[in-house]
Write a protein that binds this ligand. Structure first.
Ligand code: 4AD
Ligand code: MG
Length: 465
């Protein structure tokens, strides 16, 4: 059976045979011309480049061609010919045009002129039709594919960890509650508190902040695993780097120590950047030209430099010596903020940095305690323009040590009995980390705001589309 499909515009431009009849379908980006001929720039999302459709006014009529304006969707049958213009190698001399859908120029929000990114966020239902967003979405796809390829090639097993969780163990942020109770009139216990035993799961449930804990269970059986799924944090962080719903990649590996973990993180990030440089060339060149003139240079530089590795303690010494008035004060024990992280990366070392051995008080309960009993085997990877892109650690695999820490932090043991059992039965040294997918995309695309690298961002006070 032959399918009567269109040829994608990317293929017409790259390998279309001049002189043949072709079918192109897509959305009109612009139409210009004179009284004899109309030039229609058509795009179908397969490439940043448009194909030029040439339509004779005598054949199609002025009234019809006026409807084939910016935003309209059309099918074109025509002959692929060499283009006399320098802009493109080939163009389509139209024989017939079918108008699938008009777009009234008086009300179509996307005009020829460029729009601000802020405005485009308000019309996220249409922004995939812009050059910038179609480029970002293609890169987003390429990175997701490359992530699976990287791990698959290394023999990692992809684990689907639950999105609804009954435990709040990670302590990584505020959780969204999941309930079917009538919130205006919930069942109550005698003490007046909501009776979640009558809720859907018979207990309180939330959206997960991370797949790590379940990932660890799988790693302690399959050795090398990773997760790649949505995670949710209800923290009220209205910054260009935080989303309430974001995607995270979390490899977890048995028999890895913190050094192995750092090697994996560095190799993984460089692989992804090289993959983008190789497979998303046109889109990256466009974004470099439009939004960030140093993008390609930065990507090439990070892909080929070894990351600086140092302890939190050494980093704090550097930051204390820096002649800068910090918004958040620096002292041993303080959590580092984006301003500190970016100073280390952009000003001091001028390359990505991996910080290790943080004070245990500012890190999660599951990180392995160092011999000094003060710091844990944590690792944060810090990137130019982004700050923290990866957070991870070697895990505490010792049963006694992890139980002690859980008690110290007063985490309810009954929420974590299953996690602790892996330390009781055949425990093993293991490590892992989490890469924020949208943080990676911020870096790879050069976009400045995380709302512009996810199709439909969820942030405080914003849940449209
Ligand atoms: O450092 P985090 O909180 O680490 C964890 O969740 C661990 N369970 C990971 C692990 O060891 N398996 O988050 C990991 C990464 C951060 O480095 C950041 O890139 C991203 O997730 N991230 C966010 N991205 C967008 N919006 C937010 N609100 C984010 N919070 C964290
Ligand atoms: Mg972190």
């Amino acid at each position: 059976m032959t399918l009567k499909l269109r040829t994608k515009i990317v293929d017409l431009l790259k390998k279309g045979e001049v002189g043949t009849e072709v079918v192109a379908k897509g959305w009109v980006r612009t139409r210009r011309g004179n009284k004899n001929v109309a030039f229609i720039a058509l795009n179908d999302g397969s490439t940043i480049h448009n194909i030029q459709i040439v339509a004779d006014v005598a054949v199609f009529g002025d009234d019809f061609l006026k409807e084939v304006g910016t935003g309209a969707c059309i099918k074109v049958v025509g002959t692929l010919v060499e283009s006399p213009g320098a802009q493109q190698p080939v163009e389509v001399q139209a024989k017939s045009i079918e108008l699938y859908g008009k777009a009234d120029p008086a009300s179509y929000p996307l005009q020829k002129k460029g729009h601000s990114l802020e405005f485009l966020r308000e019309i996220a239902h249409l922004r995939p039709r812009t050059n910038t967003f179609s480029a970002v979405l293609r890169i987003r796809h390429a990175m997701a594919f490359a992530i699976h390829k990287y791990f698959n090639d290394k023999g990692f097993v992809y684990i689907h960890t639950p999105i609804i969780t009954g435990s709040d163990a990670e302590g990584a942020g505020q959780l969204f509650k999941v309930t079917t109770l009538d919130i205006n009139n919930p069942p109550r216990k005698e003490n007046g508190k909501v009776d979640f035993s009558e809720d859907f799961f018979g207990k309180e449930a939330k959206l997960t902040v991370s797949g790590q804990l379940e990932g660890e269970l799988a790693a302690l059986a399959l050795s090398e695993v990773y997760t790649f799924g949505p995670t949710f944090r209800a923290e009220n962080s209205n910054t260009p780097r935080h989303l309430a719903e974001f995607w995270m990649i979390e490899p977890e590996v048995a028999f890895y120590d913190i050094e192995d973990n750092m090697d994996l993180a560095e190799d993984f990030l460089k692989y992804l950047i090289r993959y983008a440089l190789e497979h998303c060339k046109d889109d990256l060149e466009f974004l470099n030209k439009m939004w960030d003139k140093e993008l390609l240079e930065r990507l090439n530089s990070v892909a080929s430099t070894s990351f600086e590795r140092l302890t939190y303690t050494k980093a704090v010494e550097i930051l204390e010596k820096a002649d800068i008035k910090w918004e958040f004060p620096v002292f041993w024990g303080a959590d580092l903020h984006s301003e500190h992280e970016r100073y280390l990366v952009e000003k001091h070392f001028k390359k990505p940095v991996i910080l290790t051995d943080y004070p245990k008080e500012i890190k999660a309960f599951y990180m392995k305690l160092n011999d000094d009993a003060k710091t844990v085997k944590a690792m944060d990877v810090l990137f130019p323009k982004i700050g923290e892109i990866i957070g991870g650690s070697q895990r505490e695999e010792n049963h006694e040590a992890i139980t002690k820490r859980i008690n110290e932090l007063e985490i309810p043991m009954e929420e974590l009995w299953w996690y602790i059992e892996t330390r009781k039965f055949g425990t093993a040294p293991h490590s892992g980390f989490g890469l924020g997918f949208e943080r990676l995309l911020l870096f790879v695309t050069g976009m400045g705001n995380i709302r512009d690298v996810i199709p439909f961002p969820r942030t405080p006070n914003s849940c449209e589309f």
